[in-house]
Design a protein around this ligand. Structure first.
Ligand code: CMP
Length: 141
């Protein structure tokens, strides 16, 4: 079983879409292996998005991601990384396929409802960045 990492972003939490998004993950066979509802500090958000540090939208991204609570999730399932990317849709909701989470709930490329790991290596880094090993559920079936 593969793991991936997801963030349900502030706009989804404030719009009461957290449950809809979780239901979608579970319906598509992704199990919630760990979850934390938290408001990110500036330092934690900057560290998470460090690869985007030089991008013009970095300040806006950190400011949005610290503006309200987020739900941090470790998801587990077959081909979890690719499956989650498919369910999320393109980064920019204008380009996202019909029925994807971003098409349904995102407001803009910045307020795009969810983050998801783009590779297995990224998933490992991102899960370890937010969760202790002991916080991630072990499979029992
Ligand atoms: P995410 O998957 O969280 O990874 C990096 C984020 O940067 C991305 O989703 C977008 O929300 C955000 N992003 C990318 N391009 C832009 C942009 N042009 N303006 C604002 N935010 C952006």
């Amino acid at each position: 079983m593969e793991k991936t990492f997801s963030i349900i972003k502030p706009n989804s939490v404030l719009d009461n879409n957290m449950g809809n998004i979780i239901a979608r993950f579970e319906k598509e066979g992704l199990r919630i292996a760990a979850a934390k509802l938290t408001t990110l500090s500036k330092e934690k958000a900057e560290g998470f998005y460090i690869e985007h540090k030089e991008r013009p939208f970095f300040g806006e991204l950190v400011s949005f991601m610290t503006s309200a609570p987020v739900l941090l999730l470790c998801l587990e399932g077959e081909n979890a990384v690719d499956k989650n990317r498919e369910i999320m849709g393109a980064t920019n909701p204008a380009d996202a396929a019909e029925g994807t989470i971003r098409k349904l709930y995102a407001k803009s490329v910045g307020e795009n409802s969810v983050h998801g790991s783009d590779s297995q290596a990224a998933a490992e880094r991102e899960i370890n960045y937010f969760f202790e090993a002991s916080e991630v559920m072990e499979r029992w079936n």
